[in-house]
Design a protein around this ligand. Structure first.
Ligand SMILES: NC(=O)c1ccc[n+]([C@@H]2O[C@H](COP(=O)([O-])OP(=O)(O)OC[C@H]3O[C@@H](n4cnc5c(N)ncnc54)[C@H](O)[C@@H]3O)[C@@H](O)[C@H]2O)c1
Ligand SMILES: [Zn+2]
Length: 399
């Protein structure tokens, strides 16, 4: 490391620029967000300037609109009711739901054009309503328009409410690499409405539970045991169990971001990305036919077995982890895990390189030393990982 004094001597005077910026955003849990009687949205809009009439543009996931066509009118009705405090400058714009919106820069430009046409400035609001993919794409638009306009996230999937929506990242996919283009940009506020999850497909409700299992495994063994005890309620989407799972999972993610010491991931570690090096690769290998949460469930199982083979985790805990994931409805195998390259290597292992490159620095993969306690390692043995893959395949395919 070059010390300031050395630069000083070599090049003349150096002024070391340094400042700190504190971030703060509310993450709210509510029901019936767009019921005119629910003041939450207007309160959040007016958090900094309570007397002003705030200009807003809304982008809505078309999957949500299909499942709940009345939502556009509800939002417009809410804005009319609260016209003294908010102005919806145009009817909500639908955007393609799911990974489609992250795979084409065209959609980013189209959204940016809307903000230009409606003269959205840095004190106006972009309201993003949708799953994790739409929030990621709209988040990038908001973060880069005028170098950052205020973003209110309204997550509409379990995964977006318990993980992606409460965090500080956005991004889209480029060159076949997940989240190749994106920024760290904390939102202005996050509004989690349990009712918005009602029309979500079963598959997507389940997918979001993988992130709860993940964060429990690396941070909170007691939460993992809670998930085991409540698995029956979770698979039937019992409201109290689902609400409690989302809340605890969101809290654990927020705690890591606020207190983990590296909210913008400048180091080499991504502690919240346990099970993700293979998950991201599996998503691209399957051209996103496997959902993020589904791929994460497989990644969790694979790295749990690897942790046992590496002598870090007690034998049997891998089976326990797989049993919970299977109980929740995950299938822990996909043929793409075995896709080969011409040189005989597994395409999956490119995921390790991409994982390292995404951060820079040293390869850092989180494994498990106990249920509830993650441990970082800097090397993955491919032979051992192949053995973990065989174990997983046998487990799923042997009746
Ligand atoms: N930024 C982050 O920190 C972060 C963290 C984790 C995941 N992610 C990203 O999140 C994305 C996955 O998000 P996801 O799991 O929320 O799924 P998704 O956004 O891909 O949505 C899945 C499907 O559900 C539909 N949908 C969304 N809400 C609905 C509702 N209420 N009713 C009916 N249909 C609805 C969508 O249209 C889509 O077809 C991935 O791109 C992943 O990379 C980002
Ligand atoms: Zn994830």
């Amino acid at each position: 490391m070059v010390r300031t004094a050395e630069i000083d001597a070599a090049k003349g005077t150096v002024h070391l620029q340094r400042f700190t910026v504190a971030y703060e955003y509310p993450v709210c849990f509510t029901e019936c967000l767009f019921d005119p009687g629910n003041p939450l949205l207007t309160e959040v809009l007016g958090r900094l300037e309570p007397e002003r009439r705030h200009r807003c543009v809304a982008f809505v996931d078309d999957g949500v609109l299909e499942a709940r066509p009345g939502l556009v009118d509800e939002l417009a009705g809410y804005a009319r009711h609260h016209a003294a405090r908010m102005e919806l400058v145009a009817p909500p714009f639908p955007v393609p739901g799911g990974e489609r919106v992250k795979n084409e820069l065209f959609f980013i430009e189209q959204m940016q054009q809307r903000l230009f046409e409606h003269r959205i400035d840095r004190h106006s609001y972009v309201i993003a309503l949708g799953g994790g993919a739409v929030l990621d794409a709209v988040g990038l638009v908001a973060a880069t328009t005028h170098r950052g306009v205020r973003l209110i996230r309204v997550p509409t999937t379990v995964l977006a409410q318990d993980d992606s929506g409460v965090g500080v990242k956005n991004g889209v996919n480029l060159y076949g690499v997940k989240n190749f283009c994106g920024t760290f940009a904390p939102p202005f506020a996050v509004l989690n409405d349990l009712d918005l999850l009602t029309p979500l497909a079963e598959r997507d409700k389940i997918a979001g539970m993988a992130e709860a299992v993940k964060v429990a495994l690396i941070r909170d063994g007691e939460f993992f045991a809670w998930l085991e005890r409540h698995a029956d309620d979770l698979i039937t989407f019992e409201r109290p169990a689902l609400a409690a799972m989302i809340r605890r999972c969101a809290e654990l993610h927020m705690r890591q971001i606020a207190h983990g010491g590296d909210p913008f991931e400048t180091g080499s570690a991504r502690p919240l990305d346990y099970g993700h090096w293979s998950a991201h690769k599996l998503e691209s290998l399957t051209k996103h036919h496997v959902r993020h949460g589904e791929a994460v469930a497989i990644g969790i199982a694979l790295d749990a077995r690897y942790s046992v083979l590496a002598g870090l985790l007690a034998e049997g805990q891998d089976g326990r982890i797989c049993a919970l994931l299977e109980h929740l409805g995950f299938r822990l195998w996909h043929p793409a895990l075995e896709a080969g390259r011409p040189d005989g290597s597994l395409a999956l292992f490119e995921g390790l390189r991409e994982f390292r490159e995404h951060l820079g620095g040293e390869l850092t993969v989180t494994l498990l030393e106990d249920v509830g306690r993650g441990i970082e390692v800097h090397e993955i043995d491919e032979g051992r990982m192949r053995a973990a893959l065989r174990w997983l395949k046998d487990r799923v395919e042997t009746p």
